[in-house]
Design a protein around this ligand. Structure first.
Ligand SMILES: Nc1ncnc2c1ncn2[C@@H]1O[C@H](COP(=O)(O)OP(=O)(O)OP(=O)(O)O)[C@@H](O)[C@H]1O
Length: 361
């Protein structure tokens, strides 16, 4: 994906490959993160996210590929800067604090004499609003506080890049939302370049200024959360980053004829050669509306409070519809389904999971 002119690439991992025996963990993964930007690496279990993070940290040596930070080659042909000299910090899932050390001494751990003398520990504790807990030990902290101490410890040496490996997985869901919001705001205030690994789409969208979607050792798409959600490069990405209806369609220029009638598709997605049958069109559930008395039937209703999801059968198509209010219909009701969304994306009609577009560079 082309870089926006104002974004300066700061951390670049390029064509990184790593095998473990016959398992290909990274198959030419390429991604760039702007200075001060937060990037979420999103993908299913086993797609290579952690391996890529470990390669950037210097904890894993790739078979080939390069990693640069601010133009300095950290990993490359004939070059492998040791982890401790990279100035790349890492925050793990379980905070991994030293249980016998106070908060203050956990944060001081690994700092040099000059940094300690310059009041770096106090400064960092204040930065993450932990100064009042400086003398506590890890067992006297809540899960959220422990994660903030882990963040303080990673920030204290003033890293050039901060890496997070599923940092909120150990927290229960309410706390998780609060802590990730807090940490996101903090990182933004500090302006440190950061990469988050997660398999949770919602988490990736909240934490990432941009999101890199990984699959089978490659980065399939990079973009802002809104770009990736609205214009996924293929049906697999479309489904991975949200709920998706994929309707069979015949294209006529920028209109797709579907079982729901004509749906406008983006010209750039349609492409010069895209006219014809055998396409599929992406329709997000919130871009469909139900009306009473039509050819479809409601097969399930899920009320979430803030919105309501309907499963609807139309001929041999199963559709998902999301409405802001509800529930207005019940199981067995006959309904009409109407498209009410913006111009959308179409794909060649290949089985879901088969690459429909080239992998972006
Ligand atoms: N040290 C290792 N030895 C053998 N296989 C490994 C090793 N590390 C990773 N793998 C394999 O490489 C692939 C990618 O693993 P990786 O941990 O990077 O994936 P992931 O996307 O982070 O997954 P998860 O979300 O489950 O942590 C997996 O098939 C994994 O089993």
């Amino acid at each position: 994906m082309p870089n926006s002119p104002e974004r300066e690439d700061f951390l670049v991992a390029s064509d990184v490959r790593r095998r473990f025996g016959t398992t290909v963990a990274l198959d030419g993964a390429t991604v760039a993160v702007g200075r001060g930007e937060s990037l979420a690496l999103l993908g299913p279990s086993g797609c290579g996210k952690t391996t890529l993070l470990r390669v950037v940290a210097g904890l894993e040596r790739p078979d080939s590929g390069t990693v640069t930070v601010d133009g300095d080659v950290l990993t490359g042909p004939g070059r492998d800067v040791p982890a401790e000299r990279r100035r790349v910090g890492m925050v793990f899932q379980d905070a991994a604090l030293f249980p016998h050390l106070t908060v203050e001494r956990n944060v001081a751990y690994g700092l040099g004499r000059a940094e300690l003398g310059a009041g770096r520990v106090q400064e960092t504790l204040e930065l993450v609003d932990l100064a009042h807990l400086a003398h506590r030990r890890p067992h006297e902290l809540s899960g959220g506080q422990a994660q903030r101490v882990a963040l303080a410890r990673a920030l204290a040496p003033r890293p050039r890049v901060l890496l997070f490996d599923e940092p909120f997985t150990g927290l229960d869901s309410a706390l998780r939302v609060r802590v990730r919001t807090e940490i996101h705001a903090l990182l933004r205030a500090v302006g440190v370049t950061s990469v988050f690994v997660t398999h949770d789409q919602e988490e990736a969208f909240v934490l990432g200024d941009r999101v890199a979607v990984m699959r089978e050792g490659r980065v399939r798409q990079v973009g802002t959360p809104a770009e990736v959600y609205a214009s996924p490069v293929d049906p697999w990405v479309a489904r991975f980053v949200g709920e998706a209806n994929l309707l069979p369609a015949t294209l006529h220029a920028d209109l797709a004829a579907t079982p729901l009638g004509d749906i406008p598709v983006r010209a750039e997605a349609a492409g010069a050669t895209a006219t014809g049958t055998g396409r599929q069109v992406l329709v997000r559930p919130e871009h469909l509306d139900l009306e009473p008395d039509g050819p479809a039937v409601v097969t399930d209703v899920a009320f979430y409070g803030h919105d309501c999801s309907y499963s609807v059968r139309l001929g041999d198509l199963d559709l998902l519809v999301r409405a802001a209010a509800g529930p207005r219909f019940g199981v067995g009701d006959r309904v009409g389904v109407r498209f009410a969304g913006p111009r959308t994306t179409s794909y060649p009609d290949v089985p879901a999971g088969v690459a429909a577009t080239p992998v972006p560079a």
